[in-house]
Write a protein that binds this ligand. Structure first.
Ligand code: TYD
Ligand code: MG
Length: 468
């Protein structure tokens, strides 16, 4: 039988099948199968695949080495000079690693990579910026805004993979940025640039290049509507590190988090603010968010944990009578399903029933909070908005809280209550309402249930408010 020359790979789940189908048999997504050419297997490896290896092949087979005898490479990390980025990377770029930096268009991917390369050049590290998206003049225009160091970065505008690989080989930088992976194409493949086949092939060859030469490669990638880096599964397996750049384009705050990191923790988050001179690291994001917190009804401060770092953010809610059925549920910065659950528990366990009201919840500053510890803040903000009564104490200090809400109305403990409290204490926001811990913690106003938490929050306002 003739060997198949091509296969079809799903863009979403990387399922492979020989025949094309409208719907992926793997994940059920429609129109997601793309044709990929199978390269003819050649050489010794191919003959090995064909049957029993020959004596010559057995003699040439790789030998196993005890891990203790493996020479460890204590290679120095390359610091990009962008502190928050280095922290998310686990202390800087590892030589020979492949990093994928994903984010929506206009979020600041080219800006942050431009800044990083500028800093590296300034510290004497050879770098290279390959732009497949913008002309050299456009890249220069951005660099002008970023300062003199960014103008020293050598740039190449090219989209063909073999030429890019050749350029990197000849320039031999220590760090190279390719902006973006979706614009790169291999002429041997018939698929369009940005397709799974192209992205995967380019990433695989660049990975090989990075490992062989010890160059740290940063691939910039656009994310699709649903928030995954294009060619998602395919690339995430391949690269050493996946960083995601998030935030709303209209807002100035941006966060960078690691979804995968072979050389560090995946829980770290860096916070930036987009300014006229590029991205500025926000070293003390809590201070910003607390300063901006209001003492109006519907506002509460959430003691969140982002990775290992505590972060205070303001959660706001607005409740209004609805003219439409079903009423609106708008959640910015938190999960919509989580909001639906919190509303159901509120209605059942001591809070308002809002079946006929529009409910809007917003995490201020365009931050996204993805931990269950945000539940209580959302519930208290909604309750406060509904009553039209602020939760700030009489002196105007906002209420701080954290805790996961269970379906039976209980408050469940979440990670690092001590760090959350310490951060709140730094800003004078004690006591903090939260679930009881195994040992009593100073500054915690313990609430075992949502009902308790609502009672504590209202009592804080003083006797006249509790009576209302
Ligand atoms: P950019 O880095 O080009 O985004 P991406 O590569 O992710 O598509 O820039 C994002 C936005 O940031 C752009 O609209 C302009 C703005 N910006 C500033 O506000 N200040 C600056 O110093 C720079 C360089 C860009
Ligand atoms: Mg860009």
């Amino acid at each position: 039988m003739a060997k198949p020359r091509s296969k079809h790979v799903c863009r979403e789940c990387a399922h492979e099948s020989l025949r094309w189908a409208g719907q992926c048999p793997g994940c059920g997504e429609w129109n997601s199968l793309e044709e990929v050419v199978i390269a003819a297997a050649a050489g010794v490896a191919a003959s090995a695949r064909a049957g029993r290896p020959s004596a010559a092949l057995i003699a040439a087979a790789p030998r196993a080495v005890r891990l203790r005898e493996v020479v460890s490479e204590h290679r120095r990390r390359l610091r990009s000079g962008v502190g928050e980025l280095d922290r998310v990377l686990g202390g800087g770029l590892v030589p020979g690693s492949l990093v994928l930096l994903g984010g929506a268009p206009g979020i600041g991917k080219s800006t942050i990579t431009g800044m990083a390369l500028g800093n590296l050049v300034a510290s004497g590290t050879p770098v290279l910026y390959i732009s497949g998206e913008e002309s050299a003049a456009q890249v220069r225009l951005r660099a002008e805004r970023l300062g003199p160091a960014a103008l020293e970065v050598p740039v190449i505008t090219e989209t063909e993979l073999p030429l890019i690989v050749a350029a990197i080989e000849s320039e031999r930088p220590a760090v190279c940025v390719i902006d973006s992976i979706q614009t790169i194409s291999c002429p041997e493949l018939s698929a369009a640039p940005g397709s799974v086949a192209q992205v995967r092939e380019a990433a695989a060859r660049l990975m090989e290049l990075a490992k062989r030469t010890g160059i740290a490669l940063i691939l910039v990638g656009h994310v699709t509507k649903d928030g995954s880096v294009a060619g998602p599964r395919v690339l995430e397996h391949l690269v050493d590190c996946v960083l995601l750049f998030e935030g709303e384009r209209e807002r100035s705050y941006r966060t960078v988090r690691a979804l995968k990191n072979r050389f560090g923790a995946t829980s770290e988050v860096g916070v930036f603010e987009m300014r006229a001179g590029g991205l500025v690291e926000v070293e003390d994001p809590s201070a910003r968010f607390v300063d901006e917190a209001s003492n109006a009804p519907g506002s509460v401060v959430l003691c969140a944990i982002e990775g290992t770092r505590p972060l205070l953010v303001e959660v706001q809610a607005l409740v209004g009578s609805s003219e439409i059925v079903p009423p609106r549920r708008v959640a910015n910065g938190i999960d919509r399903n989580r909001l639906a659950m919190i509303l159901a528990v509120l209605a059942r366990h001591g809070g308002p029933a809002l079946g006929g009201s529009d409910v809007f919840v917003n995490v201020a500053g365009g931050v996204r909070v993805e931990e269950p510890g945000a539940d209580l803040a959302v519930a208290l903000a909604i309750a406060s908005a509904h009553r039209g009564d602020p939760l700030a104490d009489p002196s105007g200090r906002p209420l701080a809280c954290f805790g996961e809400i269970g379906l039976t109305g209980e408050l469940r403990s979440v990670t690092h209550p001590d760090r959350r409290l310490a951060e709140a204490a730094k800003f004078g926001l004690t006591p903090v309402v939260g679930p009881p811990d195994r040992e009593p913690i100073k500054g915690l106003a313990e609430a075992a249930t949502l009902r308790d938490a609502l009672r504590i929050a209202i009592r804080r306002r003083g006797p006249e408010s509790a009576a209302a």
